[in-house]
Write a protein that binds this ligand. Structure first.
Ligand SMILES: [Zn+2]
Length: 235
C-alpha cells in the first residue's frame, strides 16, 4: 500500500483534501490518508471517547451540583492549610502577573474594592496603624512634608485658636465627642476643624469642635455635612 501514498503526495493534493483525505504526517512521515484509513479511524474513536467522557462529566456535575458543592466545601476546610500554601507559592512565583491581575480587578471594581478595603481596615486598624507608623518612620521626609503643609495651611487660612478654647468647648459639649457623643475623658480628644483646613476652613475657635480621636481620624478631610450623613447623624 505504501506506494499509493507516494502517488497521492505527488498528485493534486487540494483535490484529495476536498474529498476528506487527511495529512497524517505525524504518524506517517509525508503521508496522506483516505478518510477511512485505520489510524484516522482510531484517532476519531479516541476523540469521540474523550468527548463522551467530557459530556458525561458535565452532565454529572449538573445533576449532582449540590453534592459536589458540599464536597468541595468540606475539601477546602480539610485542606485549607495546603491550599493556602499552594496559593502563596503560586503568588510568590507569579508576583508580577498577580499584581497586574489585582490592579486590573481593582480598576474594574472600584466601589467594591473600596468597600472591601474599608472593612478590612476597620478589622485590622491596629495593623494599619503599625504599617503607617513604620512607613512614616522609614520616610521622615513624608512626616516633615505633612506637618509643614499643615502649618502652611493654617497660616494660609488664617485664624488663631484661643488658649481657653478647650475648657469652653468641653463645657459646651458636656464632655462628649461632637460627633459620636462618646465620653472625651475616656476616649481622649482632638481639635477637629469643622470645615477642614484642606477645604479652606479657618483655624479659629468657631471652626473647632472637640472630637474623639476615632471620629477625627475617620473624618480626615471630608466635607463635614457629608461625613455626618455617612455616620447616619444628620439627615
Ligand atoms: Zn467620636
Amino acid at each position: 500500500m505504501t506506494w499509493l501514498y507516494q502517488y497521492i503526495l505527488l498528485a493534486d493534493w487540494p483535490k484529495y483534501r476536498a474529498e476528506g483525505w487527511v495529512n497524517i504526517g505525524k504518524m506517517r512521515p509525508s503521508g496522506w490518508a483516505s478518510p477511512n484509513h485505520s489510524s484516522l479511524i482510531i484517532r476519531k474513536k479516541v476523540a469521540a471517547k474523550k468527548r463522551d467522557r467530557r459530556e458525561y462529566k458535565a452532565a454529572y456535575r449538573i445533576k449532582n451540583k449540590e453534592q459536589i458543592k458540599k464536597y468541595e466545601a468540606s475539601y477546602r476546610i480539610k485542606n485549607s492549610e495546603a491550599i493556602k500554601k499552594r496559593k502563596a507559592a503560586y503568588r510568590a512565583k507569579n508576583v508580577k502577573r498577580e499584581r497586574e491581575r489585582s490592579a486590573a480587578y481593582a480598576a474594574a471594581n472600584k466601589e467594591q474594592t473600596k468597600k472591601r478595603y474599608a472593612s478590612w481596615k476597620a478589622k485590622n486598624i491596629e495593623h494599619v496603624k503599625e504599617l503607617n507608623a513604620a512607613y512614616r518612620l522609614a520616610h521622615p521626609e513624608v512626616k516633615r512634608r505633612d506637618s509643614h503643609n499643615r502649618r502652611a495651611q493654617k497660616k494660609n487660612n488664617g485664624g488663631r485658636i484661643s488658649t481657653d478654647l478647650f475648657s469652653k468647648l468641653f463645657l459646651f459639649q458636656r464632655g462628649k465627642c461632637a460627633i459620636c457623643k462618646t465620653c472625651l475623658k475616656k476616649a481622649g480628644y482632638h481639635y477637629d476643624h469643622i470645615i477642614t483646613l484642606s477645604r479652606g476652613g479657618e483655624n479659629k475657635d468657631s471652626n473647632i469642635q472637640l472630637a474623639c480621636p476615632k471620629c477625627n481620624l475617620k473624618k480626615r478631610n471630608k466635607d463635614p455635612i457629608k461625613f455626618m450623613q455617612e455616620m447616619g447623624l444628620l439627615l
